[in-house]
Ligand binder design. Sequence first.
Ligand SMILES: [Zn+2]
Length: 290
Amino acid sequence: MKQKILNVDLTVNLEPRINFTQDIFQKKEIRGLTEELSRVAGYLWDRRWAERNAGNISVNITSFFSRKELDKLSSYPFLPLPREYPGLRRQLLLVTASGSRMRDLAREPLEGICLVYISDSSTAYHVVVPEKTGRDLMPTSELPTHLAIHEMLCRTEAKEKVLIHSHVTELIALTHNPDFRTSQSLTGILWKMHPEAVMFQPKGYGFVPHTIPGTEKIANLTARCFEQNPVVIWEKHGAMAIAKTISEAFDELDLAAKAAGIYLSCSRGGFEPEGLSNDEIAEIRQHYCL
Ligand SMILES: [Zn+2]
């Protein structure tokens, strides 16, 4: 079956595409990944961090496929990207779809995910949708941020393959206090509130001042923060975490939320929490992190 698309030079053979894309979603690793995504989407909804269609998840799944398999995607129609992503050439990402709701992903993940395959030139992408969806899906509106971060992870040969963005209420609340609008001050208060924030985030927490979401500007600022910190907090908006697995990325957000929640509970109780002292934090760091 040959089809001319958009009257340009996109005459493609759609048959192998249909067969291969169905194979993708049947692959054991992808089935496992969508089950994990479904579980974590449920946690995000239960935590009330995912109102309406808030939040998005992406996973670099390139390593699950051979070069030959990925080649099958190269002749399909591509959409232009706003810039080059040289580090993402021929990379395949699983991404939650624009408008998808975490509560629905928890029930049926295949109805709210798509795959994004970056062209050899890295200036365009092709979207693969599960057949059972029965409708067109496009990737999250935060795609520029996901691409910028995955590109940085590829460039630095990082082990992290997963990125989660969620509206973590406790962390958003903290940034409504002008005292907590730097990486240093956020790290300071979160470490003071919970020893495990010191143990599991020894590099501290990143911070991006209020910036319009979905833009290249927030994408670049956030990617730069992730070079230093595995959790980045967006002022008055939410947080992002990178990790090796979807569950671990959720854990990073959950731990930060716990530490922020302790501070907020004390504040609601009408007293300023004492927090761990600098010496106590240093002792934990020496024991666990150095
Ligand atoms: Zn958001």
